[in-house]
Structures are given as structure tokens and as C-alpha cells.
Design a binder for this molecule. Structure first.
Ligand code: BG6
Length: 467
């Protein structure tokens, strides 16, 4: 197999989906604390007990046990996020919360104990609630300054402890899910396109600023963007469908283009012009975007979609919607499974940007059944998950053979956690089963699934054991 010796094998989580402890040690509320149904329901006024993210899988208190299990699988890298409101409880505070900073010091030290490199998302759908309520999130220019304070604290504190950083999780999703992605309280239907693209501009400027500050404080740090990759195929060879597909891809690629090339592309200027979109930019901001581009591009990959010019077909996709592909099967949650799509997207991104690529999310959300393992313990026989990951990793190997530089691969939800889109625990991604249910019951015990041993073998053989 094609995997380079230094390939970074590992797994990924986000603070809000696993930590729990939503109000401990000085943490402020964030938008997740009022989203008990994820993307599928309205936010609540206050945190409510049916919100599984408030307690999640209690990673905040059990991270030592969990990292030990990751080390047992042989992880080289562990992706997690820092919960912004643990560091700045209201987002606009003058001073950071020492207890929050200490928690991540301890977490990163625990990773290093086993030779696991942390890969840190600075903002993963965790805008402090105060920034959402008081400023309407990233629509407001002031967010750039608050984010700047936050990243300055992070880079100074974790210099030498964290080498790989991602500025915003799935930055392009703000166009489709403005609250979860951008802390924007105005519902999407009422939000003007100008405000939406103004928010994008603010996030992009903040991302460039983080890249600048990160490089200044720690020249060894590698700073990347993170996009939701959604390879989009034309539904038919009709040229109208091909052009519609090109345009859909452009709207997604805009975010990578800005991070890698640092200038507003012509297709976007045209889109703004034809849709009456006006955004405010300053010459300083445009210079910042141009001068502080990323070291690498990272992305999530779950599904591909089709596009057609008349869009009569049923919607498909995760956060971004498209048209269903008649050639593909789908998961229990209706996400279409397309292993070759990951090879396609790796080639496409590299041809477009010539930057090293990092797959920081990929995996299968499924309903698992805990059974006796025949040796007095319990396990999950998740052959479906093994097949999914095996097939995707084989396509990653194909892309490496195609000449694409791939830095690493972190499976999503390497330990079961709360789903982002539906806020359920029933949608499990992990190699490690967590005994916790959506009604709040469960012991929180951890159990190794069959895929745990499979992934351990894959890592140990550097991909040679893929079938
Ligand atoms: C990505 C997010 O959109 O997909 C993760 O970055 C999320 O936070 C993952 O968990 C899987 O989606 P879901 O809805 O199944 O949790």
C-alpha cells in the first residue's frame, strides 16, 4: 500500500460532542447548549435536560482512560477542538479562564505521554452563546477581534505542545447552517445573502489573522483550513447539468480558494453582482487574506451528491444538499456512501490548490448493538463500519498513488459521541462503544468494538492489511 511512513493515522472528535461538563470550571454557555435537536429543531432559550451535549460522554472527566484506548490502537494523531467558552466564557471577556486553559494543557500532555500529536480545531461549531445573542455571531465585524484575542491566547499557551491547527471546522457550512456554524441567531430564511457573505468574509479574515499570529508566535506550527468536501457530480451529461455542477462546486471551493490563493475569485464577484450581494471589505483585510494563506487544506468527507439544472429530484447530502445519486447505497441516516468520492476529492483539491491535504473526518454513523464477546466482556460486531472505512482508505491509497500528498487520516468520532446534525447518541461512529443512551441512561462504560482491533491492525501495518 501507498501510505508514507510518516502518515498520521488517528481519530477525531469535537469538544461539544464529547466533553460534557457544560458549566464546570468556569465554562460559559455556547450555542450547542441551546440546540438539543442539533440542526433538526429550534434553539431553546436556556439549556434543557434533554440536551445530550450538556453531559455527552463525559470526556472532560474520562479523557485519560479514552486517550489510553486511542494509544492502544496506535494513534499517531488525535483531533479535538478547544471549546471557546472554556477559555473566554462570554467570548468578549478581557481575561481568559485559567481553569479552561489548564484542562487543555492536561489533555495535550496526556496525548504526548503516548506520542500522540494533537490536531486542534480552534472553532468547531462552538461559538460562545453571548457572541451569538449580543452580536449575532459572525455577521458582526467585532467577532474578528474576539477571535483574535482567543487565538493569541491559544498560540502563546500551547506553543510547542500543539503543532497542527485548524482555524474553523467546515467553514463553508455557514452558508447552510448559520447558527451552528457561525453563531448567527437570525434564521437562514430571514438572513440576507449580503449578511451571510459578510459573515463569511469576517471568518475568512479571522482565519488569515490566526494563520499570521500562529506563524509569528510559533514558526513550527502548521496551520490549515477545514472545509466540508462535497464532491458534486452532474446528474446527467446534459451541458446544463455540467454547468450547474461547476457552479455548485465553485460555491464550495470558494472557501478553499480564499484560504490558498487569498483573493476573491472572478466567479464569486460575478455571483455577488448577479445576486445583489454587497459586502464591506477594507484594503487591510484584503492584504491580510492575500499574505497569510494556509500551510495545508483539511476536509471532512462523508457523501457525494449530484447536481442538475432543474433540481426537481429529492435532496441528499449532510449539511449541504444536492441531488441523490442513483448508483449509490445509503447509510441508516440517508447519507450516500461513495468510497471513490474520496479519491476524486483528493485529486480535485490537489490539482486546484497544490497544498498537502489532511482528511480530518470520515466515518459511518450507525446503530450499534452491544453483545457478549464470549470471553466475559462485551463488544459490537461492526463489520459494516470496518467495510466502510476499509473501502474509503483503499481509495485514499489510490489517490496517494495518483501523486496526491496526504498528511493523514482521522476517522470521525473515534469514540461514540453525540451527533452534530441530530444531537443523538444512537448515531454511533466510534471504535469504542460508550454505554450512554438518548434518554440519559447508561453507565458511561467504554467497550472495544470489533473495528477497534481492525483499526489497530491497519495502523500497525501502515495500511498493508487493507483488503
Ligand atoms: C461534520 C461535523 O459535519 O460531520 C461533525 O464536523 C459531525 O461535528 C460530523 O459530527 C458527522 O455528522 P453527524 O451529524 O452525523 O454528527
Amino acid at each position: 500500500m501507498a501510505f508514507p511512513k510518516e502518515f498520521l493515522w488517528g481519530g477525531a472528535v469535537a469538544a461539544n460532542q464529547c466533553e460534557g461538563a457544560y458549566n464546570e470550571d468556569g465554562k460559559g454557555l455556547d450555542i450547542q447548549d441551546i440546540m438539543p435537536r442539533g440542526l433538526e429543531g429550534a434553539p431553546t432559550a436556556e439549556p434543557t435536560p434533554d440536551n445530550m451535549k450538556l453531559t455527552a460522554i463525559d470526556f472532560y472527566h474520562r479523557y485519560k482512560e479514552d486517550i489510553k484506548l486511542f494509544a492502544e490502537m496506535g494513534f499517531k494523531v488525535f483531533r479535538t477542538s478547544i471549546a471557546w467558552s472554556r477559555i473566554f466564557p462570554n467570548g468578549d471577556d478581557a481575561e481568559p479562564n485559567e481553569k479552561g486553559l489548564q484542562f487543555y494543557d492536561d489533555l495535550f500532555a496526556e496525548c504526548h505521554k503516548y506520542g500522540i500529536e494533537p490536531l486542534v480545531t480552534i472553532s468547531h461549531y462552538e461559538t460562545p452563546l453571548n457572541l451569538a445573542k449580543k452580536y449575532n455571531g459572525w455577521v458582526n465585524h467585532d467577532l474578528i477581534g474576539f477571535y483574535e484575542n482567543y487565538v493569541r491566547v491559544l498560540f502563546n499557551r500551547y506553543k510547542g505542545k500543539v503543532k497542527y491547527w485548524l482555524t474553523f471546522n467546515e467553514i463553508n457550512s455557514v452558508l447552510h447552517a448559520p447558527l451552528i456554524s457561525g453563531g448567527i441567531m437570525t434564521p437562514l430564511a430571514e438572513l440576507s445573502k449580503s449578511d451571510l457573505y459578510q459573515a463569511c468574509h469576517h471568518e475568512l479574515v479571522a482565519s488569515a489573522l490566526a494563520t499570521k499570529i500562529g506563524h509569528e508566535i510559533d514558526p513550527d506550527a502548521k496551520i490549515g483550513c477545514m472545509v466540508l468536501s462535497m464532491p458534486t457530480y452532474p446528474l446527467t451529461p446534459n451541458p446544463d447539468d455540467v454547468i450547474a455542477t461547476m457552479q455548485a462546486n465553485n460555491l464550495n471551493d470558494f472557501f478553499g480558494d480564499m484560504h490558498v490563493r487569498g483573493v476573491y475569485p472572478g466567479y464569486m464577484k460575478r455571483y455577488f453582482r448577479e445576486n445583489g450581494i454587497e459586502i464591506k471589505t477594507t484594503p487591510e483585510e484584503l492584504a491580510l487574506l492575500k499574505e497569510h494563506t494556509v500551510d495545508f487544506v483539511s476536509f471532512s468527507y462523508y457523501v457525494s451528491v449530484c447536481e442538475s439544472a432543474d433540481r426537481k429530484e429529492e435532496g441528499s447530502g449532510n449539511i449541504i444538499q444536492g441531488v441523490k445519486n442513483p448508483y449509490l447505497k445509503e447509510s441508516e441516516w440517508g447519507w450516500q456512501i461513495d468510497p471513490q468520492g474520496i479519491r476524486y476529492v483528493l485529486n480535485r483539491f490537489y490539482n486546484r490548490w497544490q497544498k498537502p491535504l489532511f482528511i480530518v473526518e470520515n466515518g459511518l454513523g450507525a446503530k450499534d448493538v452491544l453483545v457478549d464477546d464470549g470471553q466475559g466482556g462485551k463488544t459490537v460486531n461492526d463489520d459494516y463500519r470496518i467495510a466502510y472505512l476499509n473501502d474509503h482508505l483503499k481509495q485514499v491509497a489510490e489517490a496517494i498513488e495518483d501523486g496526491v500528498p496526504v498528511m493523514g487520516y482521522t476517522t470521525w468520532g473515534c469514540i461514540d459521541l453525540v451527533s452534530s446534525s441530530t444531537a443523538e447518541l444512537a448515531k454511533r461512529y466510534g471504535f469504542i462503544y460508550v454505554d450512554r443512551n438518548d434518554d440519559g441512561t447508561g453507565t458511561l462504560e467504554r467497550y472495544r468494538k470489533k473495528s477497534f482491533y481492525w483499526y489497530k491492525d491497519i495502523i500497525a501495518s501502515n495500511g498493508e492489511k487493507l483488503k
